[in-house]
Write a protein that binds this ligand. Structure first.
Ligand code: PEP
Ligand code: MG
Length: 883
């Protein structure tokens, strides 16, 4: 097997499409080489080695050693150097690189190959003693931490002691001899920690680093990251070994990162940051505040440090060309890493850049308009779930603002919450439903769980490409970074701003769009859904086949749904219309009635409320289809619980409270979800269905009169398992229709259909379709009954199932295609066999989940229905499914 792929000098054994084998970084390094761009030579050890490593007790294939040797040889040949040879010194970097980018999650070692002998060679080569010894101490520190497992702080402590001893503020003040002393102290530290000296043999160093990268695939933060991003552990990481180039060889050297377009706004302009005389880690770590790349950005930011454009015009010009070439080649916005060594530009990475949703939309629309990609591609470039970010509020521009600091607008959106200073606290409070803002000096990959739990992130150090900024943008969380005027004291649990002290638990607001940090909560504003968003939505609507409806019952929900582009209501849960104080009383009366007479009295109170609700819904939906489901209340949700509530209902019904209490007890069910609900209720108490049907038809007649548009109500019977249940209820509906239409003299078309939400219904869909004019898949109940797990109780163990790898996804969130999906397919096919044009839809939560929507397209459903806020997501996902 070929385990190692070389690249360099305009040639490469791999290419961009080898991403699964070489990881993203390796594949793109190979591609850049083949494009003739300046890339330091190197090689990639494949992800298959990682897989081999983990399935063979962390050992390597026997022939790997030989292949690595050959690749080292080739790299040396291209570089005109030789690994391990002090005469022709070749230092390397060792970096991870998985199929999907996992920023900062795994380990990297730079300057590898340095030892007591080669450090002298480096000094001679570079003509710079100070640089050589600084590089060596960086290497010991990195290697000591990543490979030998020594805490980073152990080294930092030595460093700050030395700084204090010399009275220095900055690392840059150390002289060559002082760095040499630090190296000595570091080496002593290593020896005392691991009981043997720091490894001097470059090959031992190399294999140590390779092993560390493979091991880091399983480190807790990488495992968490994969879980959050649904990346399977089986993918593995590749290892990239590459000749070192140095951005820290003095004032003509630099290192930086850039995006070919602005990752925050999408603006078409090179965007990035760099540091003179620094190594890559210095930029990303956010320890020194970097300088902007272009003059334009410098002027806009008011930075007093020169741009790269000004400081190194030639290298900058080359870089601009390279960036253009890469964007055109990959046909997407690229995220670039580069180093300039003594004026010469080297490319270290290119990949599709992470971006905010706003930027993603602008870039997709712009690129389609530029002719770089098609409209279909533009639509497919937007992650449907990410639209959520746009649908979220921003600060009300007219609200008073108590600004306590201003940092960088690192990730848009606004958030309010309690100050917490540690990621664990954010996670803990989140578990209790408390919203937090995570406040850190800077963030590191260890903080990721807390960043996920917090509403927003605030840092006092670091630029737009600092860890906090990159990760927050990826998560779609508001983030303000580098708010340098704030003083954070973790030990005291305080944040001082302009002389005011804020403590853990105090409420603050951050505005990731402007970088403002504000005291207290600030009123928020709904987003405007225009511009690039509506363009993409328009294109999506031209592409998709399935219709998108909303689950809505209140006028507010219905209006929101239409604003978001819903093409009708796919599920109106009538029981939800009775969840307010005034109405629940009548509902309780109805449920607790002993006799039909009592029940009819209560129903008579409900009828006008229902009718008025339906008229309003029909009016708002103005001719669009509206599916109204007959009452499906798991009774326990409506029963009075306290004595007070019982007394209230008793009074209103004019019955003895004691008797009423007994009645509640009679109605108690051990398993209400499988109890007397859905159509069973209509079979037990036909007068309920009668009242609802009457309300629907009378409302339809009235709304048609008012709007002048025909209303075609779709009446849906829930929880049918047996066709005769449906026949029974359908007869009630048809009879009421006849009465109402005769009485009013109006004409009206209507449909009667059913939910398919029980396995028996799915399996007997052919007979059910004789009665049903449409099916709507209730995949919430269908998942519950197919798995035999309760939707109310499963949360507790499903998470464990996920962690233990028994299931990959919560089946209540993303449709279980193999099981529940099989039932959906059978029902769709058999339903169509009986009634060829039968209308098919889905109204379970899955109707708003992109992966489930893709499944619905495959089965050929006519529409999906989801909650109003997910309608745009569903429109986009339906388009992508149709592409
Ligand atoms: C379903 O079961 O999928 C459904 C939409 O109905 P409910 O969630 O109201 O039971
Ligand atoms: Mg249901």
């Amino acid at each position: 097997t070929k385990w190692v792929y070389s690249f360099g000098d305009g040639r490469a054994e791999g290419r961009a499409s080898d991403r699964n084998l070489l990881g993203g970084k390796g594949a793109n390094l190979a591609e850049m080489c083949s494009l003739g761009l300046p890339v330091p030579p190197g090689f990639t050890i494949t992800t298959e080695v990682c897989t081999y490593y983990y399935s063979n007790d962390r050992t390597y294939p026997t022939d790997l050693d030989q292949q690595v040797e050959a690749a080292l040889e080739e790299m040396g040949r291209i570089a005109g150097r030789r690994f391990g040879d002090p005469e022709k010194l070749l230092l390397v970097s060792v970096r991870s690189g998985a199929r999907a980018s996992m920023p900062g999650m795994m380990d990297t070692v730079l300057n590898l190959g340095l030892n007591d002998e080669t450090v002298e060679a480096l000094a001679k080569d570079s003509g710079d003693q100070r640089f050589a010894w600084d590089s060596y101490r960086r290497f010991i520190q990195m290697y000591g931490n990543v490979v030998l497992g020594i805490d980073h702080d152990e080294f930092e402590e030595i460093l700050s002691d030395e700084k204090a001893r010399h009275g220095y503020d900055l690392d840059t003040e150390f002289t060559a001899d002082q760095w040499r002393e630090v190296v000595g102290l570091y080496k002593e530290k290593v020896e005392s920690e691991i009981g043997r000296p720091f490894p001097q043999d470059p090959r031992e160093q190399l294999w140590g680093a390779i092993g560390a990268v493979f091991n880091s695939w399983m480190n807790p933060r990488a495992v968490t990251y994969r879980r959050l991003h649904d990346i399977p552990a089986s993918w593995g990481t590749a290892v990239n070994v590459q000749a070192m180039v140095f951005g820290n060889m003095g004032e003509t050297s630099a290192t930086g990162v850039a995006f070919t377009r602005n990752p925050s706004t999408g603006e078409k302009a090179l965007y990035g940051e760099f540091l003179i005389n620094a190594q890559g880690e210095d930029v990303v770590a956010g320890i020194r505040t970097p300088q902007p790349l272009t003059e334009k950005a410098r002027l806009e930011s008011g930075s007093d440090k020169p741009s790269l454009e000004k400081a190194m015009p030639e290298a900058f010009a080359t870089f601009v060309e390279v960036a253009k070439k890469l964007e055109a080649h990959y046909r997407d916005m690229q995220d670039l890493e580069f180093t300039i060594e003594r004026g010469k530009l080297w490319m270290l990475q290119t990949r599709s850049g992470k971006r905010t949703t706003r930027a993603a939309l602008k870039i997709a629309v712009d690129m389609a308009n530029e002719g770089l990609i098609t409209r279909e591609e533009a639509v497919c470039r937007i992650e449907p779930a990410s639209l959520d970010q746009l649908l979220h509020p921003t600060l009300d521009p007219n609200a008073p603002r108590d600004i306590i600091a201003t940092g960088l607008p690192a990730s848009p959106g606004a958030a309010t919450g309690q100050i917490v200073f540690s990621p664990d606290e954010a996670e803990e409070l989140k578990a209790h439903g408390v919203k937090t803002i995570l406040v850190r000096v800077e963030t590191s990959p260890e903080d990721i769980h807390g960043m996920h739990a917090a509403e927003g992130i605030l840092t006092t150090r670091g630029g737009m490409t600092s860890h906090a900024a990159v990760v927050a943008r990826g998560m779609g969380k508001p983030c303000v970074s580098g708010a340098g005027s704030l003083r954070v004291d973790y030990r005291e649990g305080t944040m001082v701003a302009l002389g005011r002290t804020f403590r853990k638990g105090d409420i603050i607001t951050i505005d990731g769009g402007t970088g403002q940090v504000l005291a207290g909560a600030v009123p928020m504003q709904e987003p405007a859904l225009s511009g690039d968003f509506s363009t993409i939505m328009e294109w999506a609507d031209q592409i998709r086949r399935m219709k998108v409806r909303a689950n809505a019952e209140t006028p507010l929900d219905a209006r929101t749904a239409r604003k978001f582009g819903a093409e009708g209501i796919g599920l109106c849960r009538t029981e939800h219309m009775f969840f307010n104080d005034e109405r629940i009383l009548a509902m309780r009366e109805m449920i607790l009635s002993d006799t039909e007479e009592q029940r009819r009295a209560a129903l008579a109170k409900l009828l006008p409320m229902q009718r008025a609700d339906f008229i309003e819904l029909f009016e708002i939906m103005a001719g669009l289809p509206v599916t109204i489901r007959l009452l499906d209340p798991p009774l326990h949700e409506f029963l009075p619980k306290t004595d007070e509530e019982i007394a209230e209902v008793a009074k209103s019904m004019d019955v003895n409270p004691k008797r009423l209490k007994e009645r509640t007890e009679e109605l108690h069910e051990f398993n209400p979800m499988l109890g007397n609900r859905g159509c069973r209720l209509a079979v037990s108490y036909p007068e309920i269905a009668e009242m609802q049907a009457r309300a629907i038809f009378e409302a339809a007649v009235e709304a048609a009169k008012r709007t002048g548009q025909p209303v075609v109500p779709e009446i849906m019977v829930p929880l049918v398992g047996i066709v005769s249940e449906l026949s029974f209820v359908k007869k009630i509906i048809d009879d009421v229709a006849k009465q109402v239409l005769e009485a009013s003299g109006a004409k009206l078309d209507y449909l009667v259909g059913t939910m398919i939400e029980l396995p028996r219904a799915a399996l007997t869909a052919d007979s059910i379709a004789r009665e049903a004019e449409f099916f709507s898949f209730g995949t919430n109940d269908l998942t519950q009954t197919t798995f035999g797990i309760s939707r109310d109780d499963a949360g507790a163990f499903l998470e464990t199932y996920r962690k233990k790898g028994i299931i990959e996804q919560d089946p209540f969130i993303s449709l279980d295609v193999d099981g529940v999906g099989a039932l959906v397919k059978i029902a769709a096919e058999n339903g169509r066999a009986t009634r060829s044009g039968i209308k098919l839809g889905i109204c379970g939560e899955h109707g708003g989940d992109p992966a489930s929507i893709a499944f619905c397209e495959r089965v050929g459903l006519d529409y999906v229905s989801c909650s109003p806020f997910r309608v745009p997501i569903a429109r986009l996902a339906a388009a992508q499914a149709a592409c």
